[in-house]
Design a binder for this molecule. Structure first.
Ligand code: AHR
Length: 513
């Protein structure tokens, strides 16, 4: 046998022996220090495509069951994933939005053309009152994004007064005139969106000055204390973060970061949401993993000016971005959502949990019918996506204490490239229950996992897994339950921890008591 034949033979033997990858995990149950801010599980709703109109808002006289115009089926589903915070009205739309167009009697509100997204007519029927009603119905905090790009300081100042002041003042009285006596709480306020791009094509120095000016007039009225979020970097633009940290510093409470996962990395041909092979599966997961480097490097810059981590890194737009579904309006960004998206979500949410000392909020783009959605609608029909189910499985991490863990895992390799085969994060909730969320990135090989729990002795285990027969599996309006979590039984307690066999291409959520 020559050397090459020997090598190939060895590989075949190794492959046969590797019906399972072998992996170990040690969870340090007695070393929890940081809280996983529930706002990491935040959502984003923009006036884009069918997110607001059709997805959330159907008008009060619609035959689709609704409460004051907001779809009941959608609210009911979203309540199950305990949406903690909702960003609105954009996105790029925010820097073209003039809030006074969206108040008062709906039939009298002016229309505008949504130039960013499909050039469609925006009738302004969903405005401030409707958004706040949606937040009330969901039981979540409001995160309003103000208009720096085409608005004015006065307009922004008056919007905050309109929403949050209890005084006998012009804007508070206008709110009362429009049917709302009590001020709302607006916990989070963004001063512009993507000011380096669609929000005005500004330099970081120019934007820093704009932030300082606009932010001066974003007032705290009565008991409402606004958490001020500055526009942060586009992906790996570390210079933007350097400048903002130096020039704005503690005037902001949070600095945003936007990063989207494109299978190809090419904006003009991103790749299909449902027609793909293992190469695109691998590339997509590898690009999702890049979030780790972004968080580490932006955090390192923030650490220099803010070692006590008082300024949060707010990843207020992220998710998988594919070519739109064939036949749909390219400006609507409507895409399907497959098992691959569940893996993207699990990998990314595990990373956010791991960096919860700095990452204080994240908002997946977007909640309904746009990009990596939780829900897709077609008239009166609604389906839950694989991404929705990951959010549901990760609910126990909300506001739990992050538990550090050491994972030793085999790589998932393809075509000479490799990424870690597993992704994990763990936490302990107030009742002492430990939660572990895992993803097996390998689409063909199951993973054997031996986990030791150091510093605690749980006795019982319960688990659920999300997987499907194919990597492209997805839910459709005809077959809405192809991908959904099931009870997971390939797990046993013993010897200070558990052993499990994680199915190929799966997300697994484990509860230890
Ligand atoms: O989420 C879609 C768009 O992506 C947002 O409007 C914009 O902020 C980003 O470029």
């Amino acid at each position: 046998m020559n050397k090459l034949t020997l090598t190939i033979a060895t590989l075949f033997t190794a492959a046969a022996a590797h019906a399972l990858t072998t992996n170990t995990l040690v969870i340090h149950a007695d070393q929890g220090k940081s809280t996983i801010n529930k706002n990491i599980y935040g959502q984003f709703s923009e006036h884009l495509g069918r997110c607001i109109y059709e997805g959330l808002w159907v008008e009060p006289d619609s035959s689709i069951p609704n409460t004051r115009g907001i779809r009941n089926d959608v609210v009911e589903a979203l309540k199950k994933i305990k949406v903690p915070v909702l960003r609105w009205p954009g996105g790029c739309f925010a820097d073209e939005y003039h809030w006074k167009d969206g108040i008062g009697p709906r039939e009298k509100r002016p229309s505008l053309i949504n130039t960013h997204w499909g050039g469609v007519v925006e009738n302004n029927h969903f405005g401030t009152h409707e958004f706040m009603d949606l937040c009330d119905q969901l039981g979540c905090d409001a995160y309003i994004c103000g208009n720096v790009g085409s608005g004015s300081v006065q307009e922004m100042m008056e919007w905050v007064e309109y929403m949050t002041s209890a005084a006998n003042s012009p804007m508070a009285n206008l709110r009362r005139q429009n049917g709302r006596n009590e001020p709302w709480k607006v916990r989070f306020f963004g001063v512009g969106n993507e000011s380096w791009g669609c929000g005005g094509n500004m330099t970081p120095d120019f934007y820093s000055d704009q932030f300082r000016r606009y932010n001066t007039f974003v007032k705290n009225y009565d008991s409402n204390t606004v958490f001020r979020i500055a526009c942060g970097a586009n992906g790996d633009d570390y210079h933007w973060t350097e400048v903002l940290m130096a020039d704005v510093g503690r005037r902001m409470n949070g600095l945003s970061l936007h990063y989207y996962t494109l299978p190809s990395g090419n904006w003009s041909r991103k790749g299909s949401a449902t027609e793909f092979g293992e190469e695109q599966w691998f590339a997509t997961l590898r690009r999702s993993e890049e979030m780790q480097t972004l968080i580490q490097r932006h955090s390192a810059i923030m650490d220099k000016a803010d070692p006590q981590k008082r300024i949060g890194l707010m990843i207020d737009e992220w998710g998988a971005w594919y070519d739109v579904e064939p036949g749909t309006n390219p400006g609507f960004l409507y895409q399907q959502n497959s098992l691959r998206d569940a893996l993207v979500a699990a990998i990314t949410l595990n990373l956010f949990n791991q960096h919860c000392d700095r990452v204080k909020m994240a908002n997946i783009a977007q909640m309904i019918n746009v990009l990596q959605s939780m829900i897709l609608t077609d008239k009166e029909k609604m389906i839950l996506t694989p991404t929705y189910y990951v959010y549901e499985m990760f609910v126990p991490h909300h506001d739990a204490t992050f538990l550090p863990a050491d994972l030793t895992c085999e790589d998932y390799a393809l075509n000479g490239q490799k990424i870690p085969g597993l992704s994990v994060s763990s936490s302990v909730d107030v009742s002492g229950t430990i939660h572990v969320t895992l993803a097996n990135l390998n689409p063909t090989v199951a993973a054997s996992l031996t986990c030791t729990i150091a510093g605690a002795s749980p006795k019982t285990v319960m688990a659920r897994a999300l997987t499907a027969p194919t990597i492209t599996a997805h839910n459709t309006f005809d077959n809405p339950t192809s991908v959904k979590p099931e009870a997971f039984t390939a797990i046993q307690m013993g010897n200070g921890g558990f052993t499990a066999t994680l199915p190929a291409k799966s997300v697994v959520a484990i509860e230890l008591k």
